[in-house]
Design a protein around this ligand. Structure first.
Ligand code: NAP
Length: 238
């Protein structure tokens, strides 16, 4: 049974991915930083384990991977999903805001991938999927820090894919559009209605629709796909 680690899996897209990978037959670690109860509930539901770590903290990440290595020999499948957003114009964005966004969205992915890939390299097998955003591809006004961090994650995916290709590890990226999760819960109905009008398929996406694509990228059917960015935005970005 393969071991998967999904970061930021206590709710939203990460929770849907954790459920889907468990349904695919994997043992899934449900990572969280604050939402312990939700993570533990989900872990019980899917027969996995909740594991606490702030992905932006190197000590936390090392401890998390050491724990998984002791319990199950390491991580075979890593989904870097943990992420935070912020709506602010650049002129109002402080350097602390900038570091916080990059800390979770980019440094987090770097820290977890670096720690987890050790076992993948020695096994000559592994799958890494990074959850970026369509804003990382095209940029969003009032979300410069977020867009830049997600663009960095796309570059990280491409470079790491090349670096790990001879080790039998694929590294891919998924760029969701507007997905119905808590991250978007602060938007007023009229904003959601405006966004929906811009989506060719005519609706907001569901977390499970991201999970489907991640599941495929983690499967044997995707063994010849690496370094790719797969857009799941209902056609909002074409
Ligand atoms: P969400 O509902 O806000 O969930 C975020 C998850 O990340 C939570 O489980 C949260 O757990 C965890 N998290 C946050 N900071 C963390 C940290 N420092 N360490 C570990 N876990 C952390 O967000 P979502 O909408 O599901 O988004 C998931 C990913 O998809 C993010 O990377 C986001 O940027 C990306 N995305 C989302 C959308 C969208 O429309 N929803 C679109 C494009 C891309 P705790 O509460 O325990 O911290």
């Amino acid at each position: 049974m393969k071991t998967a680690l999904v970061t930021g899996a206590s709710r939203g897209i990460g929770a849907a991915i954790a459920k889907r990978l468990a349904a695919d037959g994997m043992f899934v670690y449900v990572n969280y930083s604050k939402s312990r109860e939700a993570a533990e509930r989900l872990a019980v539901e899917i027969g996995g384990k909740a594991i606490c770590a702030d992905v932006s903290c190197e000590t936390d990440v090392k401890r998390m991977i050491e724990h998984i290595t002791t319990e199950r020999g390491g991580v075979d499948i890593l989904v870097n999903n943990a992420g935070i957003s912020m709506i602010k114009m650049l002129c109002d964005t402080t350097s602390e805001d900038w570091d916080r966004i990059f800390g979770v969205n980019m440094r987090g992915a770097y820290l977890v991938a670096k720690a987890a890939m050790e076992k993948m390299v020695s096994n000559k097998y592994g799958r890494i999927v990074n959850i970026s955003s369509m804003w990382g591809e095209v940029g969003a006004s009032c979300e410069v820090a977020y867009s830049a961090s997600k663009a960095a994650l796309i570059g990280f995916t491409k470079a790491l894919a090349k670096e790990l290709s001879l080790s039998g590890i694929t590294v891919n990226c998924v760029t969701p559009g507007v997905i119905d999760t808590e991250m978007n819960s602060h938007f007023y109905d009229d904003v959601i209605a405006e966004l929906t009008e811009e989506i060719p398929l005519g609706r907001i996406g569901k977390p499970e629709e991201i999970a489907e694509v991640v599941s495929f990228l983690c499967s044997d059917s995707a063994k010849y796909i690496t370094g790719q960015t797969v857009g799941v935005s209902g056609g909002m970005i074409i």
